[in-house]
Ligand binder design. Structure first.
Ligand SMILES: [Zn+2]
Length: 750
């Protein structure tokens, strides 16, 4: 504890010989088993002999990596009273009557405390609003209340602090504080000691005979503000991830929600981590946000009762919902990784030299293991393929073969070396361990199914760390969520990247980066829905069963970029999609791609277009108004566009154009030039192109006098791509030549 000795000494000298000082701290810490109970007020238990109480310290701030204050404290008043200064029971009755409506508490509750004359400290209400404070000050004001103000002498304020989460993001990471400003979850809990600071104390005096002569509070030691915690989280990237997950929950009807992590694979720094649906970080026990975002909640017998008229049922359901909404799925949920685990199997097989890039395999749609025929997701089989094609196709028989070649002992050794048998030790509460085979030797069936990610359950945080090791040169990093602890004097502790294990060689890692890039970039790769124009992305799809013999699935995708020198890796898992297509490669890859694209752009990583991509590059529409028709045509064609003239052909000067000059549209689009003013009434109706191929959608939009731009996986390989979204919905009226951006996707069966 920090005590300002000098100050105490000075004051002590003045009154020495007359008074006795007693200094103690009264810590008011009650563990609320039920959050509901937090509205109940507790007394400061002050021993009759120790006339001192605590002055709460201002809690430290939680910053993101760029210094944005994600959690900060502001000063608020706590209402206290000294019953010994309440002159009579009559005075107590007057005070209680006036206070009750202002602070919204029962008369009896207040009266009881005012008349507890055995103590001189009673807490009446914490965290008064500005209005409450003002109203009470008015009661105490002798000019405004000449008759009754004298009764309020014993009513005073104590300074306390309230927590604000300004950006409203990352509730599972930041956590929350309880009624006494103590950390209850997340960083608030894990770094409570650092954030809390040192309380100061108020001391009062008494005479040698033991009777109080003057009841006057004096602050004797200053409270000391808590230290600040700087996270590795980037508020902007966290926002990208949260936004994408939120959209995914509703678009794909994710019954059990979604979790995602964005990490720097080289250092293990977590840049973003989110679970959706989640809760309002500024109202941690309010279930409204969760209930509004959750899918098919009403179908859940236990949870649907939250709005029941039966109080007991509603309370029970609300409690269950709270447990659920506070759960950080990214570290607390275990799941079968499915095909995303093939990254690990491939890495160990390469490292053990039981396979090379050119090794050949054959998939007949299944592989015979002992007495079982274990199927490939492509039932008709992938036929003959080399190692790289096997990874691109995510072919199960290829991976079963790789697992068997690695063998039981080595497989388990790598499983352990990649960190799957222990918790990562991330500085957040609630991390789960994995569930895996506890036997010394795996059967052939065990190995074969493990090789494609079945038969064991791991957490997303374990998985992203292992995958990072595969792509970062071979180092298993400890995931890091806190960058440093500091106070006004500077840094107290700096957290450094920590290598837990060297698992594979740089050479294997490099091969894996190349192979995984081809999973996304190859026109036949199973991860091509993660393609982003101008960026090199590597990745792997996964679709796993949730328990056997039910229809529940988890779709996942892990992607990283830039593929040759990864700066970020992103893992997203979608829990129980209720949509028609539930493959990770179809529904999850595009979401990971969105997060990666937003993040790379934000990080200022420049796009580098391949030759093919450059052809479809955007160019700026030139200014041709006031030009002659002939000059305008030439100028537009020279810029790489098609041109169409509209209006009276007798007129030879261009008065307007669409799109307007300065617009950025892809080469080959049509620019309409007008010899007469544009008829603003003449609008085009946007057609519905959903489900169409790239060429059909282009043709359809051109027929409607509109421009077309393909985005998403259809840009990488048009063959087999189908339209899933259009930037302006069908039926809307738009100006001619408006660009309609159409997002394409490929069907993926893994
Ligand atoms: Zn196959």
């Amino acid at each position: 504890m920090h005590i300002n000795l000098g100050k105490i000494k000075r004051r002590a000298l003045v009154i020495i010989g007359i008074m006795v000082f007693l200094l103690s701290l009264t810590l008011i810490r009650i563990g609320y088993l039920q959050i509901f109970k937090c509205e109940e007020y507790t007394n400061a238990v002050i021993d009759q002999q120790t006339q001192a109480s605590r002055v709460n310290a201002m809690r430290g701030t939680i910053y993101d990596r760029n210094g944005k204050a994600l959690a900060e404290s502001a000063s608020v008043n706590t209402l206290i009273c000294n019953p010994k200064q309440i002159e009579s029971d009559n005075a107590a009755a007057i005070v209680a009557t006036r206070l009750a409506p202002i602070i919204g508490l029962e008369y009896d509750y207040i009266y009881e405390r005012l008349t507890k004359t055995s103590t001189q400290y009673q807490m009446l209400k914490k965290r008064l609003s500005v209005e409450e404070t003002a109203a009470i000050n008015e009661l105490k004001d002798s000019k405004k209340n000449p008759e009754t103000s004298k009764y309020f002498k014993g009513i005073t304020f104590e300074s306390d602090s309230k927590r604000y989460y300004s950006y409203g993001i990352a509730p599972h990471i930041l956590g929350f504080t309880g009624y006494d400003n103590d950390g209850r979850m997340g960083i608030e809990l894990m770094f409570d000691d650092e954030l809390a600071g040192e309380p100061g104390s108020i001391i009062s005096t008494r005479s040698a005979s033991g009777t109080f002569i003057e009841y006057q509070y004096e602050e004797m030691t200053d409270s000391q503000k808590g230290a600040d915690v700087v996270l590795t989280i980037d508020e902007t990237i966290q926002h990208f991830l949260e936004k994408s997950l939120e959209e995914a929950v509703s678009e794909y009807s994710l019954k059990e929600g979604a979790a995602g992590i964005v990490m720097n694979p080289k250092t293990g720094e977590i840049l973003a981590m989110a679970t959706k649906p989640d809760f309002d970080v500024n109202a941690y026990n309010d279930i409204t946000k969760f209930v509004n975002m959750a899918v098919n909640l009403d179908e859940d017998e236990k949870l649907s009762g939250y709005n029941s008229d039966n109080k007991e049922i509603s309370l029970q359901a609300t409690n269950l919902i709270m447990q659920k909404m506070w759960r950080n799925k990214a570290i607390s949920d275990t799941y079968e990784p499915g095909s995303t685990f093939k990254i690990i199997t491939a890495a160990m097989a390469l490292e053990e030299n039981v396979v090379s890039e050119n090794s050949s395999f054959y998939c007949a749609g299944f592989k015979q293991i002992a007495d079982r025929k274990i199927k490939c997701h492509k039932h008709e089989g992938h036929g003959s393929q080399n190692f790289i094609e096997g990874v691109q196709n995510s072919c199960n028989p290829v991976f079963m073969e790789l697992g068997l070649r690695v063998g039981s002992q080595k497989f388990m050794e790598y499983f352990k070396a990649f960190g799957y048998t222990e918790k990562t030790g991330i500085d957040l509460n609630g991390e789960s361990g994995s569930i895996y085979y506890q036997k010394s030797k795996l059967s052939e069936t065990d190995i074969a199914t493990s090789a494609f990610g079945q038969g064991f359950s791991i957490t997303p945080i374990q998985h992203i760390c292992a995958i990072s090791a595969v792509i970062n040169g071979g180092n298993l990093m400890k995931p890091q969520i806190v960058k440093e602890i500091r106070d006004e004097n500077g840094i107290i502790k700096r957290y450094q990247p920590e290598i837990r294990n060297k698992v594979i060689s740089e050479k294997t890692s490099q091969t894996m980066r190349e192979v995984l890039e081809s999973v996304v970039s190859s026109p036949t790769g199973s991860g091509k829905n993660a393609y982003i124009k101008g960026y090199r992305i590597g990745g792997k799809t996964g679709t796993s069963e949730k328990g056997r013999n039910n229809n529940k699935r988890i779709a996942s995708f892990v992607g990283f970029a830039p593929a040759d020198d990864p700066e970020i890796v992103c893992l997203i898992m979608m829990d129980e999609p209720q949509c028609a297509v539930r493959y990770g490669g179809t529904i999850c890859a595009p979401v990971v791609a969105d997060v990666i694209e937003d993040t790379l752009e934000y990080m200022g990583i420049e796009r580098q277009y391949t030759e093919e991509e450059a052809v479809t590059d955007s160019v700026t529409v030139p200014e041709v108004r006031t030009m002659s028709v002939e000059d305008a045509k030439k100028t537009i064609q020279a810029a790489g566009f098609k041109v169409r003239v509209s209006g009276d052909s007798e007129l030879t000067t261009i008065v307007d154009q669409l799109p307007k000059p300065g617009a950025s549209i892809i080469k080959g689009s049509t620019v309409i030039i007008y010899t007469q003013e544009i008829d603003e009434e003449k609008l085009m109706t946007v057609p519905d192109v959903s489900g169409m191929s790239v060429s059909a959608a282009r043709q359809q939009l051109e027929d409607y006098g509109l421009n077309f731009e393909a985005v998403g996986a259809g840009l990488n390989s048009a063959k087999g791509a189908y339209a899933v979204k259009q930037s302006i919905e069908a039926g809307k009226k738009v100006q001619p030549a408006t660009v309609i951006r159409v997002e394409f996707r490929h069907a993926s069966s893994d």
